[in-house]
Design a protein around this ligand. Sequence first.
Ligand SMILES: Cc1ncc(COP(=O)(O)O)c(C=O)c1O
Length: 399
Amino acid sequence: MNHPPARRSPNRRSRHRSWALPAMGVAMLGLAACGGADATDLEEESPMADFDAAVARFDQEAIAHLPTPFEAMPSLGAELGGPRLFVKRDDQTGLAFGGNKARKLAFILADAVRQQSDTVITWAGVQSNWARMTAAGSRRLGMTPILVLQRREDQSVSPADGNLLLDRILGAEVRILEPGEDREAAVEEIVAAEREAGRRPYVVAVGGSHTGGSMDQPLGAVAYADAFGEILKQAREQGVEVSHVVHASGSGSTQAGLVVGAKMLAPEVRILGVSSGGSKARGEANVLAIARETVEAMGLGIEIAPADVVVYDDYVGEGYGILNEAVVEAIAVTARTEGLLLDPVYTGKAMSGLFHLVRSGHFADDDAVVFLHTGGTPALFPYREGVLENLEELPTDVP
Ligand SMILES: Cc1ncc(COP(=O)(O)O)c(C=O)c1O
């Protein structure tokens, strides 16, 4: 199969430019630009420029719509009381209904193209956003997606709905595993069969977070280190000093990347991950490990401490993918104040966490809290019944 030549995002070198930054980056990176620039230029531009340079050492395919919008949420802020709220619209990354995966896949699929792969193999749950976006990105770059999707006891796969319907439309080869079936063995078998047939599979773990298979650098997290720079630039252009970023945390590379970006560029910004299912201890250990691996891969020479990583598991409810009233309340209130749609598995849960943190006085009134919308909205549809039931139960003071 022919591959299109590796493309670089046309805006990748120009996306982040001149805004004031802490003076730490130059020394830490050891990449200080010299010659020509005066002292003020160096002070103001080099840390971010050097950070950009560290990101730019990784190839990217231009498959995501970037930068995504950064907007205020004044009506939601007024409804909840407390800090100013903003949203970073990574649900608008394009490709196939957007989400955080487009940014990650821009780097990961560039690696697949570099390795001259013709097939991309990954695994996930049946309603996986990662699987859908991997299918779309692979198709876009002329590769065949093979998805190994494991059903949960409570999940049906027929009729194909939400992400599974989109996987089918994208022509992914889908192999459904029953609960308890050995996923690792299934993937190994498919990889062997593909090689046997003369194809060149690229194997990447769920969420694009962990190295292993064909991916030997934490490219998903590199993408989100880059995204932190984008958030910072947009916020500063709008005169906003970000205090916190709140987002859904799952396989960990979104948070790991944000933590690395923040530590490098604006260490005063707290990154708060809201777990979609796993425990706090597991989530934090996982994010910390990926963040440290990312620092190493990007050659940043900084230390990520355990205290830099915060994952809340207080909003998980009964478990991954299980709807609860607080999630539906968060979805409804956000939709009815800002016209902004969230999903029931990740962003609705993260927003329910943000609601609780605001209402319990976690933030100061002059904080500026950014909700990173990581996408996932196609999963609203398979959850239609639970969403409708919970909407009917909402308290009457919900707008
Ligand atoms: C919509 C959405 N938000 C957040 C996440 C979590 O991102 P990460 O796996 O990088 O922690 C996922 C992961 O699948 C997702 O689909």
